[in-house]
Write a new protein. Sequence first.
Length: 286
Amino acid sequence: MPPLAPLPSAPLTVASVQAEPVPGDVAGNASTAARLVARAADAGARIVVLPELFLPAYHPPTLAADPVGTDVAAAGDRTVDDPRLTALSEAAAAGGVTVVIGAAVRHPDGRRTISSLVVDRAGAVRAGYDKQQLWGGERELFVPGTQGATLSVGDWRFGLGICYDGCFPEHGRAAALDGAHGYLCPSGYLTGSEHRRDLYYPARALDNTMYVVFANSVGGADPWRFNGGAAVYDPEGRTLAQAADTGEEVLVVTLRPAQLAATRAAHSMLVDRLPDQGSARLFLLG
């Protein structure tokens, strides 16, 4: 087992956002995101996480009917240059924050992915991570990503996941083994899934003794009604902040190296982990 990445040297303040996007209105949703990013920056956040597919809205009928209008295009170096995102880029640059926001991305080779765009502190936009674990009917519209991604902000390292990715323990573990201190998960959880929504992400936090930032949409019309509950979890899986199931919210929480260090000293699963669990299993009769 390789040694863990060094702990960050200073606290970092993050924001988890829940809001209701309008299906198909990329420019309008980018403007909503810009307003929420500015609000988070004013509260001291340096990273702002918004929900899965927030720019086009997670609304499969619209995504299927208008792929050209709902996608953003990535160039060969994964940069995204779309005038509809200008307000969002300007808000990130004005606030000096890094933004992680969900989008439908069209790649130069024609692939269409559910992705997290990363808007850096200068306002430049990149297709930062493509969702690897597609859920249900997403497979009819998108192809899965093929590799994980780690975002570095100062000396903090964050694994990137999107919604269903976080339901797989090995996805969060891959981030932790790459040195992540936290896991950023833009998501789209539907009404009725509250139990699973509130179980997976604190579990990923404790599994890997890392912070988890979970963002989710709200509102919409059945069967595409979303249940909010945006949250930030500490490295032991405890809730640091959680929004209600309805209504717009910006949660602002400070992540602390000392808490990360104390949790990893008390719960050493990452360093105690066996390289494998044995190639053959015993079969016992009771």
